[in-house]
Design a protein around this ligand. Sequence first.
Ligand code: NG1
Ligand code: ZN
Length: 548
Amino acid sequence: EIQIASILKSSELFPIPQGVKLSYGTAGFRGDAKLLESTVYRVGILSALRSLKLGSATVGLMITASHNKVSDNGIKVSDPSGFMLSQEWEPFADQIANASSPEELVSLIRKFMEKEEIAIGENNKGAEVWLGRDTRPSGESLLRAGEIGVGSILGSVAIDIGILTTPQLHWMVRAKNKGLKATENDYFENLSTSFRCLIDLIPSSGNDKLEISKLLVDGANGVGGQKIEKLRGSLSNLDVEIRNTGRDGGVLNEGVGADFVQKEKVLPVGFGFKDVGMRCASLDGDADRLVYFYIPSDSSEKVELLDGDKILSLFALFIKEQLNALEDDEERKQSRLGVVQTAYANGASTDYLKHLGLDVVFAKTGVKHLHEKAAEFDIGIYFEANGHGTILFSESFLSWLVSKQKDLTAKGQGGSEEHKAVSRLMAVSNLINQAVGDALSGVLLVEVILQHLGWSIEKWNELYKDLPSRQIKVEVPDRTAVVTTSEETEALRPMGIQDAINSEIKKYSRGRAFIRPSGTEDVVRVYAEASTQEDADSLANSVAQLVK
Ligand code: NG1
Ligand code: ZN
């Protein structure tokens, strides 16, 4: 009863805004920051309960709206594993976020605790929640609301771990629960050490082929550029210039950032003709997405985009090369590596990956879905076209690598190609964030692979040629009117719309198109591709007309 009094009292501070329906969506709650205090407070409560449910393991709360506009904000939960909140808890998140009064809130919490058998008492250790935020000005007061939510569950501790990228928070939560060193400095040290290790393993011939040219980074005026600045000093073999750090008056995600560059296919602010031929990377507002681009010498300020699919392809190629160097059962070797994409993946990338002989699996939009499928492989690489992705290594495969390395060393084969391949795979597993997609670790892995292969960005881009594509956002009165199949490639509702889409698709060579309601914005998304840009544009436009 003390517990209930405590929630009743604190929830009075955070009245729910009228007339908004909140949903956990593709990546947590998002919306106008001014309307989110009650939501963040309530997710604070949820995160404390999550920690209690899992034996007081540390849970993470990240306050960010990623690539959305600066006046928006959002909140998502990191499970103790560092992965996204278990989807089983999402309905509870939706319920409490929408509870219309303190009494309803308390009753929902009570019922849920009973069902989940969560007890608060002297015999239990309290909950522990780490809260991080991006650079949005609304982040600080929202973080306070989250702390009060956590604190309303008796015996809980809320720890403010400051301004971070989303992947840093997930990494730190994961490390903490594994009993590893888990500060931001540990994160940086882990990145620079494993990067160094991969650099040292570059075959000497690869090394001389490419003079290490400067990398230009678009920081989206957000947290990512600032963190690379901190990391830069401890990296050798990488020369980075960071633009759009947010300190020169630029606005977060406005005309900058990975989402802008990928969706609009134009240069971010601060990049222009002077940068022709330079290797450029763009991060999103919370640095969990990464795309590359360059301006070809034959055009004026046209952008050549290397999206998540191309990053995935580069990673797959490199990993496959290492697997090939292992003395391993041939069949096992083939089945160890799998890749996961979504319906937004460019058709040409899927063809390329299949051509490499890889197992390509499709998942619904949203990394929680991709992650799940990637975890089924010894090495699972997942990427959304927008640049969010990572490489997961299974625990059993990692132990296999460790014993392999020991064996080879014992046999005096420490300098063999196989030993090097094993060491590279282990270094990749340390470098690339095992919790979520991470633009910082992604940049480092792309850079070291390019150096390893002696490739320029143009050469990398030639792996395959993207099919022309177009994305459009359509504002509609009610986006939930669009219901898709579980694969998201066919619309079940409104009735008849899929037939109409199909007859548009038929008009184009290599035509493909689909619609789905966004889980993070109040729009319906249209995706189309075809053999020419004009066709892709025209297909997208006619499908958009059907949606309106
Ligand atoms: P929605 O708004 O549900 O399409 C967008 C991205 C997702 C994912 C989430 C989370 C596209 C088409 N969609 O989701 O892939 O990254 O945001 O940030 O890029
Ligand atoms: Zn993001």
